[in-house]
Write a protein that binds this ligand. Structure first.
Ligand code: CMC
Length: 431
């Protein structure tokens, strides 16, 4: 960050505090409040961190007003159109697009780590068959620290690198095995002659009894879903990973924490919640009823797949995802699918409704990704695990960046306390 030579002045209680202002390469300037408590004895108050920059980063930039998403400077539509997931992983992790040789080496390193420790099978088998795959993923990824001791030392750059590669490589195997276990089918081992997305599709859909051939259009669509979800700067799950890591926790524990946070319906769980909502609506004639509920202040219902904390005009990922949805549905010959009909009509009616226009609520990436995944034959419970596979590289890139930041401190927010002040303990018989 660059010093702007500007300061903000805060005056209260006869105090006057000068706060430095810094500029990034893009985006709003930031006011450095680190000395505020020491000099002024006050905290700032920002629940939900709507005005707080928690770190200094060079990985991803979002301009929510303009619908811009850049990874290391490259626009997401160019990456989704011309690149592929593992190349984007390299870009996020190391800062630049790889040369052909670097890409080949990176892909080969990821490919060599796709298998899980054989003992982990028994760990999967300990879960109930009806466990949500996200619950299994939180458990299994956390348990990786018990299986891969040789890559948990965060102070060793080599171990950090091995842990990063292992997580990216094994996440599709973990998600696919969680799925296979839930449907009572044998685990399918990874095949290293396949690309990342094809290998995942095969591990989800192949059975030992017959050959399975991956459809290249579906594999491309899956790769695009991975690419579009790869990173999104300081969102809730990434901030969770950074906070967990700030205490020095090992990488597998930190990523497990990120998966737990991603699961919530306001974040990664929205893709599952969105498709379930579309199914609940059922037919286009019921849309007005659900739109009315979404607008009703006394009803907690929200239109899932609509709105975003940062994007206030459109979600650039949604634009690409919508196009991809059209391609996949076309390939699969799905036109009269009732869920799709409801989705199209809901999008139209919501966009024409002044409530959504005034609050700048637009379909987000999760509105369309669920439609594609459903068409591919994946159950809704697998939608968020697929988001988790994709976001793993973002979490790791941000984790690595944080660990190399000389200003790293344990994350420790303060609070505005509103509870009882000191009172004396009363013995139970006198209460
Ligand atoms: N349906 C109806 N009203 C909504 C919606 C919605 N989906 N989203 C926001 N609003 C209203 C909200 O009630 C509030 O109204 P008011 O100002 O009258 O109180 C206003 O819009 C602002 O909402 P907010 O909750 O203050 O906004 P936020 O920035 O805190 O929340 C959000 C962002 C994504 C959590 C929210 O829009 C939401 O819950 N959307 C549905 C869930 C969803 O699709 N999440 C996926 C996000 S994209 C994938 C990812 O990055 O994880």
């Amino acid at each position: 960050m660059a010093d702007t030579n500007k300061t903000a002045t805060l005056s209260f209680d006869n105090k006057r505090i000068e706060l430095p202002i810094y500029a990034g390469t893009a985006g709003p300037d930031v006011i450095d409040i680190r000395k505020l408590y020491a000099e002024g004895g006050v905290f700032t108050y920002d629940p939900g961190f709507t005005s707080t920059a928690s770190c200094d980063s060079t990985i991803t930039f979002i301009d929510g007003e303009e619908g811009v998403l850049l990874h290391r400077g490259y626009p997401i539509d160019q990456l989704a159109g011309k690149s592929h997931y593992l190349e984007v992983c390299y870009l996020l992790l190391y800062g630049d697009l790889p040369t052909a040789e670097q890409l080949e080496d990176f892909e080969s390193r990821v490919t060599q780590h796709t298998m899980l420790h054989e003992q982990m099978q028994y760990f999967f088998r300990g879960f109930r068959r009806d466990a949500h795959p996200m619950a299994v993923m939180v458990g299994v990824v956390g348990a990786m620290s018990a299986f891969y001791h040789d890559s948990t030392d965060i102070n060793d750059p080599w171990q950090r690198e091995v842990a990063s590669i292992r997580l990216i490589a094994k996440m599709p195997t973990i998600a696919a095995w969680a799925y296979k276990y839930s449907i009572g089918q044998p685990f399918v081992y990874p095949r290293n002659d396949l690309d990342y997305a094809s290998n995942f599709l095969r591990m989800c859909f192949a059975v030992p009894a017959e050959e399975y051939e991956v459809n290249p259009i579906l594999s491309r669509a899956m790769d695009r879903i991975f690419t579009l979800h790869a990173d999104h700067e300081q969102n809730a799950s990434t901030s969770t990973v950074r906070l967990a890591s700030s205490s020095g926790a090992n990488p597998f524990a930190c990523i497990a924490a990120g998966i737990a946070c991603l699961w919530g319906p306001a974040h990664g769980g929205a893709n599952q919640a969105c498709l379930e909502m579309l199914r609940e609506i059922g037919t286009p004639d019921r849309i007005p009823e659900f739109i009315a509920r979404a607008k009703d202040k006394n009803d907690p219902f929200r239109l899932m797949g609509f709105g975003h904390r940062v994007y206030k005009n459109f979600d650039p990922r949604a634009t690409v995802m919508k196009q991809s949805a059209d391609e996949v549905l076309d390939l699969l010959g799905i036109e009269n699918n009732p869920t799709l009909q409801v989705a199209k009509e809901l999008e139209k009616q919501a966009l024409e409704d002044p409530y959504f226009a005034d609050k700048k609520l637009f379909p987000n990436v999760d509105f369309y990704s669920g439609i594609i995944l459903d068409a591919m034959g994946l159950p809704t419970s697998m939608f968020t695990p697929i988001f988790a596979i994709a976001r793993t590289v973002g979490w790791i890139s941000q984790w690595k960046e944080q660990l190399s930041d000389p200003q790293l401190k344990i994350g420790r927010p303060r609070q505005l306390y509103h509870g009882e002040t000191t009172r004396d303990y009363i013995d139970v018989e006198n209460r």
